[in-house]
Ligand binder design. Structure first.
Ligand SMILES: Cc1cc2nc3c(=O)[nH]c(=O)nc-3n(C[C@H](O)[C@H](O)[C@H](O)COP(=O)(O)OP(=O)(O)OC[C@H]3O[C@@H](n4cnc5c(N)ncnc54)[C@H](O)[C@@H]3O)c2cc1C
Length: 392
């Protein structure tokens, strides 16, 4: 029998953490809720950091996730508090310890500690070398870009492509260096990945594929990027966009099962009763594909927050949401929904990839299992709804 906990500590005060407390209150949770997060600012939105925030089109205030509806959440916010461990307290509750030596005891813990940017090994300390995860990172990068002539971006995934797109309008020479032959082939497949990557050239950004970084050159500040084939690219700013790593190390001494994220079942339960994990830090069991999967996308954090609230409150969950993510590059909205296998057949169902406005589906055994759209949100939404209906 499920017993609703009297107190819940949420670790991570960002999108997943805030969405969890919103969902819990919405479902009638009346107990004590504490949210502890290692950043100093209250929850803010990360997607604009590589887009409108970088170009100066949105302000710090626009990033804030909370609005007046959240005034009634009755949450204790503990900002600037980094969890350092999770153990059993003497009276059988979960005890979270923090970097300032304090601790919190609670009946349940929702872990939403997200991910951090992966770094290039051995290149710490050179001025002008940036990763992009937090608002502080974005401010520092914006400042560097305002004084730069040559920007080299390492990695042509979503973050790299978005930074390239934002910088393309800033009178800079922009070069993107990508180790794989086709950027975005992982999430979108080779055909659609290549079409998205084609946008770089259209907007004057140089893309080097199959190119591996050998060294960042410079004394105090970066001056160039050397590739493994000996090519030297001048750079006064370098952005390293080579993926993200889940923030799990703080719980290394706990009994939580960790393998590229906190392992959970499809209801966001970890192996420790009363401890849950959601968002970018969680590797959740996907019932449809019978595998654990970690998703680093905005809508996944929100969906899992609703799921964990249902699990804690023992309220029935609706059908599993269709996986969805978007990106915004070169003035175009890129959207994907559903699932993708490398063997799926890509079918263009509207528009023309050459014009940068089109919709394509991914078909498997005669069924549409995914949809991708560039610059056609209306038709995309129609296909996404169809996917949801076919799943229900
Ligand atoms: C630049 C950028 C652009 C993006 N653009 C898109 C996009 O266009 N579309 C899309 O779908 N998704 C996008 N995303 C991804 C999306 O923002 C993430 O999926 C989302 O932020 C995940 O939310 P989260 O709460 O799980 O993790 P996070 O947002 O990473 O938050 C985790 C929080 O936990 C805190 N924390 C970490 N360790 C501890 C600890 N030990 N104790 C306490 N607190 C801790 C962190 O400081 C952080 O505040 C983007 C991400 C970035 C960085």
């Amino acid at each position: 029998m499920n017993t609703v906990p009297n107190s819940i500590v949420v670790l991570g005060a960002s999108l997943a953490g805030l969405s969890a407390v919103r969902a819990l209150r919405e479902k009638g949770y009346t107990g004590r809720l504490v949210v502890a997060g290692s950043e100093t600012s209250l929850p803010y939105d990360r997607p604009p950091l590589s887009k409108e925030f970088l170009t100066g089109d949105v302000t710090d205030e626009d990033l804030l996730l909370m609005n007046s509806d959240d005034d009634t959440l009755d949450v204790e916010w503990r900002m600037n508090s980094t969890a350092t461990g999770l153990i059993r307290s003497p009276d059988g509750l979960h005890r979270v310890t923090f970097d300032d030596g304090s601790h919190l005891d609670a009946d349940a813990v929702v872990v939403a500690t997200g991910a951090r940017a992966r770094t290039l090994p051995g290149h710490f300390g050179l001025a002008g070398v940036h990763t992009l995860r937090s608002v502080d990172d974005a401010r520092a990068l914006r400042e560097s870009l305002s004084r730069a002539q040559n920007l080299v971006i390492v990695g042509a995934g979503f973050i790299g492509a978005e930074v390239a797109s934002s910088a393309a309008g800033m009178s800079l020479q922009v070069t993107v260096v990508e180790a794989s032959p086709t950027p975005l082939a992982g999430p979108l497949g080779i055909e659609l990945g290549a079409i998205c990557a084609g946008q770089h050239a259209v907007h004057g950004v140089r893309l080097l594929t199959g190119a591996v970084v050998d060294a960042l050159l410079g004394d105090d500040a970066v001056e160039a990027v050397r590739l493994s084939d000996g090519t030297v690219l001048p750079a006064d700013v370098v952005v390293v966009g080579i993926g993200a790593v889940p923030n799990v190390e703080w719980a290394g001494g706990s009994e939580l099962m960790i393998d590229d994220g906190f392992l959970t079942d499809s209801s966001c339960r970890t192996n420790l009763p009363g401890v849950y994990a959601i968002g970018d830090c969680a590797r959740t069991f996907d019932e449809a594909h019978q595998v654990h999967h970690r998703s680093e996308h905005w809508s996944n954090a929100v969906t899992q927050a609703a799921t964990v609230a249902d699990t804690i409150m023992a309220t029935p969950s609706g059908p599993a949401a269709i996986p969805y993510f978007w990106s915004h590059q070169y003035g175009k909205m890129l959207q994907f929904a559903g699932t993708r296998h490398s063997t799926d057949e890509v079918r263009f169902v509207d528009g023309d990839p050459g014009t940068g406005t089109f919709v394509a589906t991914y078909d498997r055994d005669g069924d549409t299992v995914g949809v991708f759209a560039m610059n056609n949100p209306r038709l995309f939404t129609r296909y996404k709804k169809q996917l949801a209906r076919s799943r229900a």
